[in-house]
Design a protein around this ligand. Structure first.
Ligand code: PLP
Length: 369
């Protein structure tokens, strides 16, 4: 492909060379399955997986036994619904969600509500479109999007959880950290959440790997069954492995897991790109034919062009070799709240330069003339 200006980091990061090298080396020299073999080579793969788990645990302030590998945030959210359903067989559970939620965080609960297996309560947003800390509802389960993928503002997750627990000490809290993981230092102990999830591919790791943090893994029933999670089966008992392995039925995405620490290391060296965001924001806010939905200090810029459909706008930027996200961004609720069908989103990563920022601004200026 032609060299492009890739400003779609919030959809998925480009991959650092160091990560590609770790994956290639593993596939070429060390590949074997994990958790099953007894030879030295299989033992080495077990060690690599354990190292990655330790690394990810350190990254979010958890212990290795709290880290469960998933295939991504969406996978984790769907799994959590089943984990909760399998463990807490309570009828009429009240599930609090918000309009900041991505489809993957809220839809699994919405579909259950359609079958009358739970009741959805939508948490109000304040004037700045943050979760209104003064109006946290009493709920059995709470889904908290730590950063909307449209508005790019960190939510005060710690206070939201504190407030939720004041009303119901047993509330089960689930944090969507898919976007916030890029822009903040996560500390699950401080947040005191029950579950927290993010995807590897949004921090520069490969696709197919994600992280599901579980505060008390032994307290929950598993949602999947298969190889690798069974300790032994006797005539009258099935004994599962301890956590986290009992949540990891089947062969894991080994290559992706093993390279994940490279992404974490690369992310740690990045300053967050806020200078570029400020420059683009200041330039775009001078244009009268676009309506910006985000604030200057958001971690991304979402806007609606007044003279063109958002999808046409995105495609036209594409024709200028610029990649951005356009459409409802799997976040229909916030667009509905803002009375728009969709938006165009600019987000940056460590590979973006001032030259990229000047280029996108000039192209957009030309398009909205
Ligand atoms: N949550 C948020 C806030 C997101 O931005 C995304 C992806 O765009 C997801 C969840 C889903 O992530 P994935 O597609 O990696 O499962």
């Amino acid at each position: 492909m032609k060299k492009i200006v890739y400003m779609d980091a919030s959809a998925s990061w480009l991959k650092p060379q160091s990560l590609v090298e770790v994956e290639v080396e593993f596939l070429r020299k060390f590949y074997a399955n994990a958790g099953r073999g007894v030879c030295a080579r299989a033992g080495y793969v077990d060690e690599l997986i354990a190292n990655s788990r330790k690394n990810v645990a350190g990254f979010i302030g958890a212990k290795p036994q709290n880290i469960v590998w998933t295939s991504g945030t969406t996978d984790a959210f769907n799994r959590i619904v089943n984990i909760i359903k399998n463990t807490v067989a309570r009828k009429n559970m009240v599930v609090a969600v918000s309009d900041l939620d991505h489809h993957s965080a809220r839809l699994p609960w919405e579909m259950l509500a359609k079958k009358k297996q739970c009741k959805i309560v939508v948490m109000p947003l304040d004037k700045k479109l943050n979760i209104d800390i003064k109006k946290i509802p009493n709920a059995d389960v709470m889904v908290i999007t730590a950063m909307s993928n449209v508005l790019g503002v960190l939510q005060d997750v710690k206070s939201i959880i504190k407030s939720a627990r004041k009303q119901n000490p047993d509330v089960i809290t689930i944090v969507d950290a898919a976007q916030s993981v890029v822009h903040s230092k996560l500390d699950v102990k401080k947040l005191d959440c029950d579950f927290l999830c993010f995807s590897g591919h949004k921090i520069g790791a490969d696709t197919g790997v994600g992280v599901m943090y579980i505060k008390n893994p032994e307290a929950w029933d598993v949602d999947k069954f298969g190889g690798g999670m069974v300790n032994r089966i006797t005539d009258n008992a099935i004994i599962l492995n301890k956590s986290p392995e009992r949540f990891e039925a089947g062969t894991l995405p080994l290559t992706q897991i093993i390279a994940l620490p490279q992404a974490i290391e690369y992310l740690a060296e990045w300053d967050g790109g806020q200078d570029l965001i400020h420059f683009i924001y200041d330039e775009l806010s001078k244009l009268k034919n676009i309506k910006i939905l985000t604030s200057r200090d958001s971690c991304m810029i979402s806007f609606v062009p007044k003279n063109m459909h958002v999808l046409d706008f995105g495609a036209l930027l594409g024709a200028h070799d610029i990649c951005v996200r356009a459409g409802n961004m799997c976040a229909s609720w916030i667009h509905k709240k803002l009375n728009v069908d969709g938006s165009v989103r600019i987000s940056v990563g460590p590979w973006n330069t001032k030259k990229d920022a000047v280029y996108i601004v000039n192209v957009i200026k030309d398009m909205v003339k």
